[in-house]
Design a protein around this ligand. Structure first.
Ligand SMILES: [Zn+2]
Ligand SMILES: [Zn+2]
Length: 446
């Protein structure tokens, strides 16, 4: 999960309408898959291992595209479990395991991310990271400050349970352990590179599920249909005109006034030129570079910014508006404008029908706070969105703060004090197992 806004958690609080305890969920007609009661003891049996893996990964974090140790442990685990296929080295360090069930059926994918962040850990945990890695040419402290250590360990636990049940499984389960979810400067996102390297070419799932730990009561699952995490697109604008003397602006292009007009126009697009009641969106200009003296009006200016929204069509619409508005303003001043965009992540949008179908599985896995299906939008971006562009899926958030009191008090993802309550680990394992089984048992092929 990539953080772009210091206050995203403040707006990311849940406003759920549906909240069922596991006990209540068991009473829901049509609840979960028939396997829930069989899965619970299997989760309990694997939890000690999942905790140990999580602590080991936490003490040995690796930056994006450098997850060699982590990937090695994952691949060895899947091989030991007797997976039908274990592919390694996809998108640098990605691992994909294929587990074929004993009965015919569809294909479903589960995903975990493995990368850590360049942060000096300050949790004081006995297994806190002391690791340093090369980052941007210098030795940098590395920390699992986004919980991907937990994600990797939970999916390894789910793999162990599902491998033990394989004779009964109707279909195939694909386990994706991907690198570089946080992004690596100058390189494309881990999920996108996995797809470009053909992760779905040979075995294509018809659904994918993934989760993320985040501040919140332990085991509370936050989710919503359609756009959930924002898409993010970077804006780069180069304005070019004729440089002139500050005392004689009429002899050149007034590029500074043009820059001011561009900023004002772009930042009102998302509040005045689109239906704000449909879906939230933001266009921000975050950097301006122009000029270097009191008496020179420069010939060029560069502006950087970002577009965030929760609907892919809205994103395309705003990109066109940013380009057209900038070019029209530039033309008014006799300047030229070069406008380019860089996609950081697409909108992470959950398939509503699929969410309905696997909701009983999430309810059966969730902690006492249950599942909130109307969670607020998250102003963070996820490269899971690239899988969702290829196949329908559901991405959900797992509350995981130790001794949770308030969101404001909980260290956020990417904080040097970010930590999880390990009680969330069996909940995540169960959610993985039950979403996959529920999908294969009740959806695929029907
Ligand atoms: Zn993150
Ligand atoms: Zn993350």
């Amino acid at each position: 999960m990539r953080r772009y806004c210091a206050s995203w958690l403040a707006i990311g609080l849940s406003a759920g309408v549906l909240s069922l305890s596991p006990a209540q969920a068991a009473d829901v007609p049509n609840a979960a898959s028939p396997s829930v009661s069989a899965v619970t003891p299997k989760v309990e049996a694997v939890t000690a291992k999942v905790v140990a893996w999580r602590r080991d990964f936490h003490a040995n974090p690796e930056l994006g595209n450098m997850e060699r140790r982590t990937a090695g442990i994952v691949a060895a685990h899947l091989k030991k479990l007797g997976f039908d296929e274990v592919r390694t080295g996809i998108a640098h360090t990605g691992v994909v395991g294929i587990l074929k069930g004993g009965r015919p059926g569809g294909v479903v994918a589960l995903r975990a991310d493995m990368d850590a962040l360049p942060i000096l850990e300050a949790t004081g945990l006995p297994f806190a990271s002391k690791v340093m890695q090369d980052y941007a040419g210098k030795k940098t402290p590395v920390m699992h400050a986004c919980g991907h250590d937990a994600h990797t360990a939970m999916l390894m636990g789910a793999a162990e349970i599902l491998a033990g049940m394989r004779a009964e499984i109707p279909g195939t389960i694909m386990f994706i352990f991907q690198p570089a979810e946080e992004g690596v400067e100058g390189e494309i996102a881990g999920a996108l590179l996995m797809l470009q390297e053909g992760v779905f070419d040979k075995t294509k799932p018809s659904a994918i599920f993934g989760l993320h730990v985040e501040p919140g009561p332990v085991g509370q699952i936050d989710v919503r249909p359609n756009g959930f995490l924002s898409g993010a697109t970077s804006i780069n604008i180069k304005l070019t005109g004729r440089q002139t003397h500050g005392g004689r602006p009429w002899e050149g292009t007034d590029i500074i006034n043009l820059t001011a007009d561009v900023v004002k126009t772009l930042t009102t697009l998302s509040s005045r030129q689109v239906n704000v009641f449909e879906t939230p969106s933001v266009v921000s200009v975050a950097s301006i570079q122009a000029g270097n003296r009191v008496n020179i009006i420069p010939g060029t200016a560069e502006l950087l910014g970002t577009i965030r929204t929760f609907d892919q069509e809205r994103m395309e619409f705003l990109k066109n508006m940013v380009r057209d508005a900038t070019q029209r303003l530039a033309a008014n001043y006799g300047a030229t404008a070069e406008v380019t965009f860089q996609e950081v992540a697409r909108v992470t949008a959950n398939d509503p029908a699929l969410l309905d179908k696997v909701l009983p599985a999430l309810q059966a896995a969730a902690g006492p706070q249950g599942v909130k299906t109307n969670a607020l939008f998250r102003g963070a971006a996820e490269d899971f969105s690239y899988y969702l562009a290829a196949v329908p899926g559901v991405y959900y958030i797992l509350g995981s703060t130790p001794n949770f009191t308030t969101y404001a008090a909980a260290p956020t993802n990417h904080s040097d004090k970010f930590d999880i309550d390990e009680a969330v680990l069996p909940i995540g394992v169960k959610a993985h197992v039950l979403t996959a089984l529920t999908y294969l048992e009740t959806i695929a092929g029907k």
